[in-house]
Design a protein around this ligand. Structure first.
Ligand code: GLN
Length: 308
C-alpha cells in the first residue's frame, strides 16, 4: 500500500547517512546501536504507519518535557505554573545554567532548568521521589495509551554523570525557585528521562497533542484544549533550544528532540510523527531524524505556515 511504501523509501534514502555522534555522557546512549532507524506516523484516530525498527525501545529523554509541562499545567493551572517557569525561547543549549534576568525564573520548560522546576511541581507539596516518579510514569503512559516503564540502567548511568543537572538544580534551589531537595529533583527528572518508548508510542503521544489532548487509542482527554495549546505553543518556540528558529523556518513542524535520538512532531488537527536514529548534531537532535522531518515537510507540504 502507498503509505508504508513511501515511508520505506524515505528511510532507505537516509539510511546511508552516518553523520553525527551518539550522545556520550550516558553509557547506555553511547553504546546504543547507531544504525537503528525508525519512523511512525499516527493519524488522529490512532492508525499507525511504520517503517524500520518501529518496536525498538529507547529512553524518552527531553521528549518527556512537553508532556510533563502539560501535567503540571493541569495540576496547578496556567497562572501558577507561569509564576515559576516562563515561556520565552532561551536561544541557549538545553543544559545551560540560566535564569531570566528580569523575573529570576527559568526561561521555559523545555530547557533543563525549566523542566526540573516543572518536575518539582508535580504531586502534593513535599511529594517523595517515588511518588513523583510514579506520577510521571503514569502520566506519560496516559499519552502513550499503554503502561510505560523506566529503564533503571539508563537512569543510574545518567545519575553517575549528572554534574551539570545537579549544578542547575542547586542553582534553582539557591534562588528559591523550588524548596525540594535538589538531588531528589535531579534524580526524579532523570527517572523521567529514562522512561522507555518506541516510535509507535511517541507517534501516539504526538497525535494526542495533535488531537487537542485526546488520546486516539483510549479516547481519554489527557489535556484540556487550553493546556494542550499552551504545550504546543511552547514546544514550537522552545522545543529545539538554540535551533528552534532554524527548525521552524526550514521544517515548520512543532517538534521535540531527545538525546536518545528520538524526535516527535505534531501537525495540529492532522497527525503525530516520530522518528528514531541515535546519531546527534551539535544541538542534541538526531541527524537523520531532522533530515527525514525536512524531507517529509518538503514533499508533503507540512510546513504549518504554508497556505493550504
Ligand atoms: N536526560 C538528558 C539531560 O537532562 C536529557 C537531555 C535531552 O534529551 N536533550 O541532560
Amino acid at each position: 500500500s502507498p503509505i508504508p511504501d513511501f515511508l520505506d523509501e524515505t528511510l532507505d534514502r537516509f539510511r546511508p547517512d552516518r553523520s553525527g555522534e551518539n550522545a556520550d555522557y550516558i553509557p547506555d546512549l553511547a553504546s546504543a546501536d547507531p544504525e537503528k532507524l525508525a519512523i511512525c506516523i499516527s493519524t488522529l484516530d490512532g492508525v499507525e504507519y511504520t517503517s524500520g525498527d518501529a518496536d525498538y525501545e529507547f529512553s524518552i529523554q527531553s521528549m518527556s518535557k512537553p508532556f510533563i509541562y502539560g501535567l503540571a499545567l493541569e495540576q496547578e493551572g496556567l497562572a501558577g505554573v507561569l509564576e515559576m517557569v516562563g515561556v520565552e525561547p532561551s536561544g541557549e543549549k538545553f543544559n545551560e545554567l540560566s535564569l531570566d534576568k528580569k523575573s529570576g525564573r527559568p526561561l521555559n520548560p523545555m530547557i533543563n532548568a525549566g523542566a526540573m522546576t516543572i518536575h518539582s511541581i508535580l504531586g502534593d507539596p513535599g511529594a517523595s521521589l517515588a511518588e513523583r516518579t510514579e506520577i510521571v510514569r503514569a502520566g506519560l503512559s496516559r499519552f502513550a495509551g499503554r503502561e510505560l516503564s523506566i529503564d533503571e540502567s539508563v537512569a543510574d548511568g545518567e545519575w553517575r554523570e549528572a554534574y551539570r543537572n545537579v549544578a542547575i538544580a542547586n542553582m534553582l534551589r539557591s534562588y528559591d525557585i523550588f524548596y525540594d531537595d535538589p538531588d531528589e529533583v535531579v534524580r526524579g527528572y532523570i527517572e523521567q528521562c529514562a522512561i522507555t518508548v518506541t516510535v509507535k508510542d511517541l507517534a501516539i503521544m504526538a497525535s494526542t497533542l495533535a488531537g487537542g489532548g485526546i488520546n486516539p487509542l483510549t479516547g481519554e482527554q489527557v489535556l484540556s484544549p487550553r493546556v494542550n495549546r499552551q504545550v504546543l505553543a511552547v514546544m514550537m518556540t522552545c522545543g529545539m533550544y538554540d535551533a528552534a528558529g532554524d527548525w521552524m523556518t526550514e521544517i515548520g513542524i512543532p517538534a521535540k528532540s531527545g538525546v536518545s535520538g528520538g524526535v516527535f512532531g505534531v501537525m495540529p488537527g492532522q497527525v503525530g510523527i516520530a522518528t528514531f536514529s541515535p546519531r546527534l548534531d551539535r544541538h542534541g537532535t538526531s541527524v537523520r531524524g531532522a533530515k527525514i522531518f525536512q524531507d517529509l515537510s518538503d514533499r508533503l507540504s507540512l510546513h504549518i505556515m504554508d497556505a493550504p
